[in-house]
Design a protein around this ligand. Structure first.
Ligand code: GLU
Length: 304
């Protein structure tokens, strides 16, 4: 399989200007990102690295960070984790409040905002210096100590993230948040503000292609069962209320973020990240979805 040839073909065949979408502007700091940024990086377990465009430029990973938070919290709590957060797709927007009221403050899954806030609450309870230790964990997973938060993005979201305030407060009223709501939100906004490139994301996500073992150091981060379960959640819940459509078109587990990044994993083979900031109504990168659909179509390889 010549991945570089396939990526080159996808890049040259895509009439990028033809695709619509809108850069996320509900977080003021994200509104300034240039909408024509574009990068792809594919990291194969056997064949190395393949790339197109701005694959080394860092951007706001936003919800993709929720995968790393889950990866850190899951081994700490084990299966007890699932008492506080479910494993079902929500079928609702990522920041929706309605379901949470009906379901007594237990979020559908750890990848919607409410679920990620619960994971943040768990990490705050378990860690001495949550922001610092979480960042170090991501740096370790990625093998890159240069990765950091973007304070401006975090503070900008803090000023405007009223829905997240509502979600955390509602869950606190149901007893599913242990710490102060403002502490949970502060940690959550910083977590979402982490910046990484497609190259760093695809290298980090090799962990999930490698059954929970760090590809470079060999360190076991998740046991095989935890890695299976986390990947299952990526498949069923990783794309907001478009998880069904992503699986239908692409056929790989993955996660998107409103910064325009998407990372997908082909277990035992590769992980691939795409960045293009223009989003569809569900919050997924329009070009990102298109690229990945073409990748699994051209290679004829998906998990199905
Ligand atoms: N920080 C964003 C929010 O809470 C994350 C959204 C996302 O990427 O899905 O709205």
């Amino acid at each position: 399989m010549d991945y570089q040839k396939i990526l080159n073909e996808i890049d040259s065949e895509l009439d990028k200007g033809k695709f619509g979408g809108k850069v996320a502007d509900y977080i003021p700091e994200l509104a300034d990102v240039k909408e024509d940024c574009f990068g792809i990086h594919l990291c194969s377990l056997e064949k190395g690295n393949f790339a197109i465009g701005q694959n080394e430029q860092r951007f706001s990973i936003q919800s993709i960070s929720k995968v790393f938070a889950l990866t850190m919290a899951y081994p700490m709590l084990g299966e007890k984790l699932w008492k506080r957060v479910g494993v079902e797709p929500s079928g609702n927007p990522f920041n929706s409040l309605v379901q949470l009221e009906y379901e007594s403050g237990i979020p559908r899954n750890p990848l919607i905002n409410a679920g990620a806030l619960v994971i943040c609450d768990i990490l705050i309870s378990k860690l001495q210096n949550p922001k610092q230790e979480f960042l170090e964990f991501v740096q370790k997973l990625s093998g890159n100590p240069g990765i950091g938060f973007n304070k401006k993005v975090a503070e900008s979201e803090k000023e405007t993230g009223y829905r997240n305030v509502a979600l955390a407060s509602l869950m606190k009223s149901f007893g599913n948040i242990e710490n102060l709501v403002e502490d949970v939100l502060d940690f959550y906004f910083y977590m979402c503000s982490i910046e990484m490139s497609c190259k760093e994301l695809s290298q980090t996500f090799l962990l999930y292609a490698n059954h929970g073992k760090h590809f470079v150091t060999g360190e076991r981060i998740l046991n095989a069962s935890q890695s299976k379960r986390l990947s299952a959640i990526l498949l069923t819940c990783g794309f907001y209320d478009q998880a069904g459509e992503f699986t239908f078109k692409v056929g790989l587990p993955g996660k998107s973020g409103v910064g325009g990044g998407i990372v997908a994993v082909f277990p035992e083979h590769y992980s691939v990240a795409v960045w293009s900031p223009k989003l569809n109504k569900a919050g997924n990168s329009v070009l990102g979805m298109e690229v990945l659909e073409r990748l699994t179509t051209k290679t004829g390889l998906s998990i199905f």
